[in-house]
Design a protein around this ligand. Structure first.
Ligand SMILES: [Zn+2]
Length: 158
């Protein structure tokens, strides 16, 4: 399959993941489907630590094992992407000190009423151990199995 991002995009995701370590980074890649030439990467702010501090009962995890994007930031990125003729292709985030799997929490966040909120968007998860990128995996919604499945791609070095 053709990846929805360039090698350069992936390197930028790695830089972001290392900068946010030991916390999770999160962001968006938008562009034209089937063409990565005009891809644009948006770093998002992970506000999970703030939420956890204000309301630890609801936001049990801190930003080491969770991320949360302010809906206003999300909407403004969506709007900017749309105004530039781009669609959202990838949501990315990192897993500090954990492998690049699609966690139960990731699944819960990506679903609304058991349906994927963004069925056409891929999810890129980058694993970071000890301040080094240890690997990554890309996940997409599979309508026939009704689950997020890992996409196999040689260019992701999996
Ligand atoms: Zn995750």
């Amino acid at each position: 399959m053709m990846l929805p991002f360039t090698e350069e995009n992936l390197e930028e995701v790695h830089r972001h993941a290392l900068q946010e370590y030991p916390y999770e980074c999160c962001g968006i890649i938008a562009g034209t489907p089937g063409n990565n030439e005009d891809n644009r990467l948006y770093r998002c702010t992970n506000i999970q630590n703030e939420l956890h501090q204000k309301d630890p009962g609801t936001f049990v995890r801190d930003a080491r094992t969770a991320f949360y994007i302010d809906p206003r930031e999300l909407m403004s990125i969506f709007k900017e992407a749309r105004n530039g003729g781009r669609v959202v292709k990838v949501f990315y985030h990192s897993h500090p000190e954990h492998d690049a799997y699609f966690s139960e929490e990731d699944r819960r966040m990506a679903l609304f009423d058991n349906e994927p909120t963004y069925p056409e968007v891929c999810y890129l998860v980058v694993s970071v151990y000890d301040r080094k990128v240890a690997g990554q995996a890309l996940f997409a919604w599979n309508a026939s199995t009704q689950s997020f499945e890992k996409l196999n791609s040689e260019s992701l070095h999996l």
